[in-house]
Design a protein around this ligand. Sequence first.
Ligand code: SF4
Length: 331
Amino acid sequence: MKAVLLLSGGLDSSLAGKIVRDMGVDLVGLHLESPFGCDNNPERMADEIGIDLIRRPKGPEFIEVLKNPEFGYGSVVNPCIDCRILMFKIGKEVMDQVGATFLVTGEVVGQRPMSQKRDTLFLIDREAGMDGWILRPLSARLLPETLPEKKGWVDREKLLGWAGRSRKPQIELAATFRFSHVPSPAGGCLLTDHNFKERVTDFIALDGNRTTALAPLLRYGRHFRFGETWVIVGRDEADNRHLDRLIRGNGMAFHPVGFSGPGVFFPDPCPSDMEEITLGAFQVYGKNRPDGTVHARAVLDETEYPVQFHDTGNANETYQDPAFWNKHWRH
Ligand code: SF4
């Protein structure tokens, strides 16, 4: 019998997959990519379980869900119920494509406040049109028998009855399975992180109709909003590297030449006062920015080229004011 495992790359979904795989079920992993990116490594966990992995983007539908979730947000800007419904619907499509009959997840009853309450699990299954076809091996013994159990494709006796948020049994089971890698609980969803709340809220309100390719930019750098202008200033080399990769085809970047300062990134559409803003960012967040002519390296699509900015002293002085940047910093 064949099933699809929703594999985030975290520990729970990996354990759930291993339990079902060990029962002889032919399992295919499905990793659904968030437009906002994620730190997990699902390939590594698919190897641990010994299964193939398919990657699929959650796509523009996820941005629609994020803008207007039917079942609302959790404590930050996480539309978890609608997100799970979407994931199960995509899971169903992949099941049909690979000839699988049921879906396996690593959900644990009561582990997450919004989407993993008992009644909410049933609601999500129903809304996704998957009632009875979702097997949750880590909590199955606390839940009604699913169709794969009733049909004898999996042995209910070998399924678990976990509930709540303790991670201890998960770690112990990973040791029993001799996993060579135990993913850390971090690396979760950016939408549940209070540190990203303002910038995600801006994205939903201001950029939701732009390309989803802009969404991963939210993970890196300091973000500023001057009216409709969105500016990102790299905090360190790692930020600059990630942002440089992501901005190509989605906007423009400038890096200082001959002095120390941050990368300055403008997601599309780029504003007409890019030069003034860049000079201001170099001044406020850099060191020893020269007066007069300032040299920089521009990044646009696949090309990079030298540019010169001229600070005539008549430029908009607000951009040279640290307090102004601080006021418009979006966390
Ligand atoms: S935590 Fe993030 S990925 Fe997980 S269900 Fe909620 S919104 Fe979706």
